[in-house]
Design a protein around this ligand. Structure first.
Ligand SMILES: Nc1ncnc2c1ncn2[C@@H]1O[C@H](COP(=O)(O)OP(=O)(O)OP(=O)(O)O)[C@@H](O)[C@H]1O
Ligand SMILES: [Mg+2]
Length: 235
């Protein structure tokens, strides 16, 4: 059974259609990336999975239909979401922001905190720092860490490399790979950084104006002249 199965999903803001007939499937332990330019619909896709938009079509998590569920129920059922605009509490410490994520998984707090600090040792060093004074990359780590504190079975990450230096992108890729390998966590990321996405994901989809234009493994997409033209400026 797939962990996540989306069939013919469309999403709407008022009358405007931001996603058009999206179908994707993720198996347990898979890392999938959805790549696309600004406004392609990446955040809308992840928001839709956790019930934050008006949609048509089916979204199933471990076989259960999510469409009628509240965002709180969806997170409770095991979907962690590290959002693009991270929504951290700026006047709270790193530790307290992480604990907000632990709200739905109180039995696993110690174990999850250890996992987060292993992945991002810098967060342990900065445990008492207010997140509002942290760098963009550090906040990205807190956002991801907070999603992990909820013991997710499926982790959604919106543009994990946004604003990160190339070296920090490599660290982030290594952290996500470790996490995936050590816990078989299923991960769906969105990205504009095609190289990062290809270095991490087994399967990718290219989103353009709310529609999937191309799909495949990194090797298949690298061989596709349309993708090369759109993202690397050459054919
Ligand atoms: N709350 C909203 N109300 C109206 N339109 C919206 C809203 N949120 C997003 N949109 C529109 O939906 C489309 C998809 O936006 P979305 O934020 O999903 O794109 P994105 O791929 O995440 O872009 P970016 O890379 O800039 O984050 C855009 O045209 C955007 O203007
Ligand atoms: Mg976005």
């Amino acid at each position: 059974m797939s962990v996540l199965e989306i069939n013919q999903l469309s999403a709407f803001y008022g009358k405007a259609r931001a996603l058009n007939d999206i179908s994707i499937k993720l198996d347990k332990g898979e890392i999938m990336a959805v790549i696309g330019a600004n406004g392609a619909g990446k955040s809308t896709l992840l928001d839709s999975i956790v019930g934050l938009t008006r949609t048509t079509g089916d979204i199933r998590f471990e076989g259960q239909l999510l469409n009628e569920c509240s965002a709180a129920d969806i997170v409770n059922s095991g979907v962690g979401y590290a959002t693009e605009r991270f929504n951290l509490f700026p006047y709270m410490s790193v530790y307290d922001n992480l604990m907000v994520g632990a709200y739905t998984a109180r039995d696993d707090v110690e174990q999850n905190l250890e996992l987060v600090y292993d992945l991002f040792p810098r967060l342990k060093e900065r445990e008492t720092q207010e997140t509002g004074t942290q760098s963009g990359g550090e906040r990205q780590m807190v956002s991801l860490g907070r999603a992990l504190m909820s013991s997710p079975k499926l982790l959604l990450i919106d543009e994990p490399t946004i604003g990160l230096a190339p070296k920090v992108c490599l660290d982030m890729a290594a952290a996500l790979r470790d996490l995936n390998q050590s816990t078989s966590l299923t991960i769906l990321i969105t990205e504009q950084n095609v190289n990062f996405a290809m270095s991490l994901a087994q399967n990718l989809h290219v989103l353009e104006t709310g529609m999937i234009r191309m799909s495949g493994t990194p090797e298949e997409l690298k061989a596709n002249p349309d993708l090369n033209k759109a993202y690397f400026g050459s054919s």
